[in-house]
Design a protein around this ligand. Sequence first.
Ligand SMILES: Nc1ncnc2c1ncn2[C@@H]1O[C@H](COP(=O)(O)OP(=O)(O)OP(=O)(O)O)[C@@H](O)[C@H]1O
Ligand SMILES: [Mg+2]
Length: 359
Amino acid sequence: MDIAPGVGELDLHPDHLPDGLVVANRLGLVCSFNAEAARLTGTAPAAALGRPVEAVLPLEDPDGRRWWRVTNPYRGLSTRSGQPERNLLLPGGREVLVAARYVRSRPAGPVRRLVVTLRGTDARQRSERSNAELIATVAHELRSPLTSVKGFTATLLDKWDRFTDEQKRLMMQTVDSDADRITRLITELLDVSRIDSGRLEIRRQPVRLDEAVRRHVKTLVNGGCPAERFDLRVTEPLPGLWADPDKIDQVLGNLLENAVRHGAGTVTIEMHRVPPSTTRPEGTAVTVSDQGPGIPEEAMHRVFTRFWRGGDGGGTGLGLYIVKGIVEAHGGTVTVGRSAGGGARFRFILPAGTPAFLA
Ligand SMILES: Nc1ncnc2c1ncn2[C@@H]1O[C@H](COP(=O)(O)OP(=O)(O)OP(=O)(O)O)[C@@H](O)[C@H]1O
Ligand SMILES: [Mg+2]
């Protein structure tokens, strides 16, 4: 690995650190107290320096125990090298994440320096809050089809003889489609979790985008959508594309299904080559537009977020989030706008990509 010039003589002031840093000497007196530590504790560096670290940082664990008494860095076990990160409380109940390192001159020798890092928990609390919201939404989404499944199966078991075959078939069909909805939601959630954790794997192969689009249109037509609703316009030649065919199918599937289900009128699919520029390599642009109500201007920035739904089209609102995740994992971009006919217009651009063995 290359070492950047200047790294050898690390010119870093403790105030440049994003975390709070408190250092105590061998007597337990504070000898360094950076700006972030001052911000988190509300104590000025001048008021901290030279004072005992226990007095400057009167930390308690969530059970109200004094942390310094529990950990006892100077007189505790001489083989300890520090304390793992813990959530502790400062006076006034402010939460901080605290970790400590015990610096000894020789193994099992006395502690020469005590280095403590402090981190605010705001960001963590925010992400915990958004996880809690996500769990609530998912639970809600799963509950409504399950309530319907449970309702129909319980009714059928209870009053089997009172229904005609036709009524029973109708109920079983509803149960069947609710079960499909749950499976689809779970599949989508697994994709969302792969996208969020950066674990979405892209297995690149040569992909014929125009053929893939034709295949999707055919599936929709076979499913009962009139063929006249689709207008495919390909400007030849399209550049070669190395992409993950299954993932590209997911992108096309959702955009076309959205245009049919949430949009109206003719669905136009345009494809053309995007020449290389200083900001991006050569690629292919695919535009899907329809003549429906479109996406309201004020909601355009939200369509790619999780669980956003405009009308009552009966989806889960994860499709476009997954589309964006997949396109970006390919190094591409996706945008939303308004079509000339007033409907929605989605456009994604995929870079030509390189075979996996060259990447
Ligand atoms: N072509 C379109 N015209 C009008 N509204 C659209 C169009 N495409 C998407 N939308 C709106 O955006 C919302 C989100 O779309 P998205 O594909 O993310 O979810 P969904 O289709 O509702 O569910 P699913 O997760 O099954 O795809 C839709 O619910 C719909 O309100
Ligand atoms: Mg959708």
